[in-house]
Design a protein around this ligand. Structure first.
Ligand SMILES: [Ca+2]
Ligand SMILES: [Ca+2]
Ligand SMILES: [Ca+2]
Length: 134
């Protein structure tokens, strides 16, 4: 019995740590079911776009993308800028976010759980992830 309790305590603790480590995840997971659905993710992406678009003209320029500190903004823009006009419109941003969402959802169940979230954050391809970090 005591052993069981100890195991349970450790389990609960590791769950608590996993959650505490990612406030961002919890913020996006609006219904707090421990998974980020595409709807939740795209809501957050919408907010992010609006937030980055400081002059509110509906497109993101290199200057506006510079707020994405750790990412080389020119490189980041080229990756997202599908029509290569040097700016990122909402559609390009969302398209990229959708791609990213699919990548993060490793088991392809249509949801991002904490484990998948963390794996994506620590992956070498994290820069693209950081783009949509909130
Ligand atoms: Ca959720
Ligand atoms: Ca703008
Ligand atoms: Ca998943």
């Amino acid at each position: 019995m005591r052993k069981k309790q100890a195991v349970l305590a450790i389990l609960l603790l590791s769950v608590a740590v996993a959650f505490a480590a990612d406030d961002l995840f919890r913020k996006i997971d609006k219904d707090a079911d421990g998974k980020v659905s595409w709807r939740e993710y795209s809501d957050a992406v919408d907010d992010k776009f609006a937030q980055r678009d400081t002059n509110k003209d509906g497109v993101l320029t290199a200057d506006e993308m510079k707020s994405v500190a750790t990412v080389g903004s020119d490189k980041a823009i080229k990756k997202i800028d599908a029509n290569a006009d040097g700016k990122i419109n909402k559609q390009e941003f969302v398209t990229r976010a959708a791609l990213q969402y699919k990548k993060i959802d490793k088991n392809q169940d249509g949801f991002i759980d904490v484990k998948e979230w963390k794996a994506a954050q620590s992956s070498p391809k994290a820069p693209m992830f950081i783009l949509f970090t909130f």
